[in-house]
Design a protein around this ligand. Structure first.
Ligand code: CUA
Length: 159
């Protein structure tokens, strides 16, 4: 039996909608001068972060025009971020590497499209650029235990 033409159109529209939804989840894109959010697929032993770059998390210049930040998200703080802010330069390519030694956390830079899961044993990588000096809040948006609500920090973009 032939499918009514309108029905075909509606099926196409709903398929497009589903594909769009999936795409929007897979690719967190664009916003306040923000690039693509991705996952390196880089693995590490979550119980042995001390043997990695995450032993001394924080930011450093990888080259003259590329800044790199390592962040550990753990129950219930960001290192750096919570006790001291993450500081990054404006108008510079910044790559974040984020991991967790315990459970799944979130890393959400409030007011931007930077929003990613942080999974123990994996390194989440994303590269972005901030247009202007500004202070952003960071929150964990994945329930991670009793202190989840208080898991927050700051990201300071400096001139
Ligand atoms: Cu960490 Cu919620």
């Amino acid at each position: 039996m032939e499918i009514h033409r309108l029905e075909k159109i509606w099926i196409a529209v709903s398929l497009l909608f589903i594909v769009g939804l999936i795409a929007s989840i897979v690719y967190g894109v664009a916003g306040v001068g923000v690039g693509t959010v991705g996952d390196t697929g880089q693995q590490l032993d979550p119980s042995a972060l001390d043997d990695t770059e995450f032993a001394d998390p924080g930011g450093h210049w990888a080259s003259e025009d590329h800044y790199v930040v390592h962040v550990v998200a753990r129950q219930f703080l960001f290192q750096p971020g919570t006790q001291e802010p993450i500081t990054v330069p404006a108008n510079t390519t910044v790559t974040f590497y984020v991991t967790s030694p315990d459970v799944v956390h979130g890393f959400d830079v409030v007011g931007t499209q930077l929003n990613t899961m942080v999974i123990p044993g994996q390194v989440t990588e994303f590269t972005t650029e901030f247009d202007e000096p500004k202070t952003y809040g960071i929150v964990c948006h994945e329930y991670c235990g009793a202190g989840h609500q208080s898991m927050a920090g700051q990201l300071v973009v400096v001139p």
